[in-house]
Design a protein around this ligand. Sequence first.
Ligand code: CP
Length: 314
Amino acid sequence: MADAQKLEHLLGIEDLEVSSIRRLLDRGKKFKSDLEKGKKKFIHLRERTVVNLFFEPSSRTRSSFEMAAKRLDADNINFMADSSTSVVKGETLIDTAKILEAMSPDFLVLRHGSAGAPQLLSKKLEIPVINAGDGFHEHPSQALLDALTIETTKGSIEGLKVAIIGDIAHSRVARSNIYLLNKMGATVTVCGPPTLLPPHVGRLKVRETYSVQEAIEDADVVMILRIQFERQNTKQIPSNAEYYRLYGLNNNTARQLKGGAIIMHPGPMNRGVEISPQVADGSNSVILNQVTNGVAIRMAILACLEEDRNRGRV
Ligand code: CP
């Protein structure tokens, strides 16, 4: 792969070439296969240190980056920027990242509520920065683990019809998935109430509908998204019950799915708001597979960044 894009950071999917996405997915598949065979220790990041710097809550992303780092034999520091840290005394994002970098880690994984925070740190730090979610903007490792989940259940992404239902306007997961799915040859339909679809959604090269029935009728993959109340200044739906009635994926709507269609959700789920417990735990659901694949894909991200950093050192 002589002309392959060199990965210096992982900031988003929008700027990733198809060959880089392919490389990360193939590497993720190999790690997944080794992990499934019971292998628990790899040596790719021996004597390296990964810092997780999280300014927003996380269960899956933070713990799976930690798991991925440990599987690759790296040391791992978790820094939750909460009331136990000097962030509450007014220390800025850049100063916080700089003090952590002064302790000589090798990678920084950042989650932040402001779009563009990882891009900013990538210009200020010498080490690779990995975006673990920035505001409404992108969540690239989520899109990659979703792609790995789709490929391992459906074979290929090319030619698939994917419906993304829910709060598209406030979702970094939707944005990263739309970029990736379009690049890999899928057709994407977004669906939600008008208040939860972003203005100018057509610029994202997706079909748009307000009707769940229309979105799912020919879908191979259905991604359900949570309503991100924490990113909304005013309530944008009349009530959770009304939303569930019109947009929640329940047994009745799930029965209309094409045979073999899979149901995904990045989590955290609000059961009884955007998805029924029966559908979340049903036979079409691959929601826990997504979590499992998160470890393999985050191992792939760390291993590929390390490989390219070593290429730069030669
Ligand atoms: N999907 C996702 O980002 O989940 P967490 O917020 O739990 O990390």
